[in-house]
Ligand binder design. Structure first.
Ligand SMILES: [Zn+2]
Length: 156
């Protein structure tokens, strides 16, 4: 299979994980079926997708300049509100996002949280996160297997 390289002189080659490329390809195919204006080149589609993420970050900075994402754990997204000078915790339960500061599921913090990519990490059932863990687990297993082999050899 031959792949057309991007024509742009400023193009740069980067390495993407095999799983990510698979997911991107299936997203590209599905979107092409629904929308004829989606880029006909896979590389172009990925570039546009990444550019949209950057534009969304920029939009969020204008839309909510007093809010910022302070990090997340497996079940909590922390958002700093500079107007209130407080950090709110966003949790996902009963199929809803919940803001601890406003005790609401429909406040401005929830709107902001919904626009961050990390909001997806709050859903433990999220498939992508599970695949990542599986992949990491496999790598760990490979390393430990190698170590075991080496230690067996050294014992002989
Ligand atoms: Zn809130």
């Amino acid at each position: 299979m031959t792949r057309k390289m991007p024509r742009s002189n400023s193009a740069e080659l980067i390495t993407l994980r095999v799983n990510i490329v698979k997911e991107l390809r299936s997203k590209w195919k599905k979107e092409r079926e629904r929308n004829p204006y989606i880029n006909e080149h896979f590389g172009g589609f990925v570039n546009e997708l990444l550019h949209e993420i950057l534009e969304k970050d920029e939009f969020l900075r204008h839309y909510a300049p007093f809010l910022s994402e302070e990090g997340c754990t497996r079940d909590t997204l922390y958002i700093k509100d500079y107007k209130e000078n407080k950090i709110t915790e966003i949790h996902f339960h009963d199929e809803k996002l919940h803001c601890s500061l406003c005790e609401s599921s429909s406040c401005f913090h929830i709107q902001f949280a919904m626009a961050t990519p990390r909001v997806a990490k709050l859903n433990i059932k999220n498939q992508t996160a599970d695949e990542d863990i599986e992949e990491d687990g496999q790598q760990v297993r490979k390393v430990t297997n190698n170590k075991r082999r080496k230690s067996t050899i050294s014992r002989k």
